[in-house]
Design a protein around this ligand. Structure first.
Ligand code: IPD
Ligand code: CA
Ligand code: CA
Length: 265
């Protein structure tokens, strides 16, 4: 079956903005006693769960045959060809502390290939999106990754290890290297936003381990449509389900991957 990805992408952006305004509104009266703890430093609340349910309801009407890989598990329906990969609130720790950087991340996977990605950063009302064979966009304007020529000219984004401490030493050594050999590092607290900011040239690269498919599926796809490169720490393609990702522009990617690979492998 042929589906109109551009039209679906447009509808997904509308759905993300609508759920985004629900999230923004709930933040105004949110208090820490509404948190549930899923695991070490892994928090959730009714806001994540309600948002996911709302998204699933709309996405089910857009593509009834599709299944879901959704962080809060509010639908476990499996699609034979199409599956949505959803993080209803990426940056929950920021959300619960009232720090304005959190996003909705939605990707559509056809068999094992991503064909559509939407990252909606709620507080700045910035919607990043792309579909198969399209350019990448931020609120209707085309975006591209930066043209930084080397790591020495790069500002990098990362996420700190917060539950899997097995690779901490490697992470810290790599962090030291980047502190001394780049423009610096930022930790926004939302991997989807990190990737979206890289896609539009604000960051020159992003790396993190311990990530889940819903953290990266949409953002990594948008990055590629914006001209960026993405891999796991070995330079392979297992960056959606493989829990580690490096993203860089074509000029810096090999250097970036080499440094990350040398520290982690
Ligand atoms: C988290 C954010 C964060 C990253 C974590 C993710 P959540 O997602 O993307 O930036 O460092 O690895 O789990 O829990 O806020 O949806
Ligand atoms: Ca997440
Ligand atoms: Ca989340």
């Amino acid at each position: 079956m042929n589906i109109d990805l551009q039209s679906i992408c447009n509808d997904v952006c509308i759905a993300a903005k609508s759920v985004g305004s629900f999230i923004k509104n709930e933040q105004l009266s949110f208090s820490l006693n509404k948190i549930e703890i899923k695991g070490k430093n892994d928090f959730v609340s009714y806001v994540d769960k309600t948002s996911e349910k709302k998204l699933i309801e709309t996405l089910s009407t857009l593509l009834p045959e599709a299944g879901f890989i959704a962080e809060e598990g509010t639908s476990t329906k499996k699609g034979t060809t199409y599956n949505w990969i959803i993080d209803p609130l990426d940056g929950t720790t920021n959300f619960i502390h009232g720090i304005p950087c959190y996003a909705i991340s939605i990707a559509l996977m056809c068999n094992d290939k991503i064909v559509l990605g939407v990252v909606y950063e709620i507080n700045f009302d910035e919607c990043f999106y792309a579909w198969e064979h399209s350019k990448a966009y931020l609120n209707s304007n085309e975006i591209q990754v930066s043209k930084a020529a080397s790591l020495a000219d790069s500002l990098l984004a990362t996420g700190f290890p917060y539950y899997d401490y097995n690779r901490m030493d490697e992470y810290i050594e790599l962090f030291k290297y980047f502190m001394q050999n780049t423009h610096g590092l930022r930790r926004l607290g939302s991997a989807a936003t990190d990737l979206a900011y890289f896609a539009c040239g604000r960051f020159d690269g992003f790396y993190e381990y311990g990530l889940q498919p819903w953290d990266v599926a949409a953002g990594a796809f948008i990055v590629q449509q914006a001209g960026g490169r993405v891999a796991d720490f070995n330079g392979n393609r297992n960056y959606i389900f493989g829990k580690e990702i490096v993203a860089g522009n074509s000029a810096c990617f090999n250097e970036f991957l080499d440094v990350v690979g040398t520290h982690f492998n």
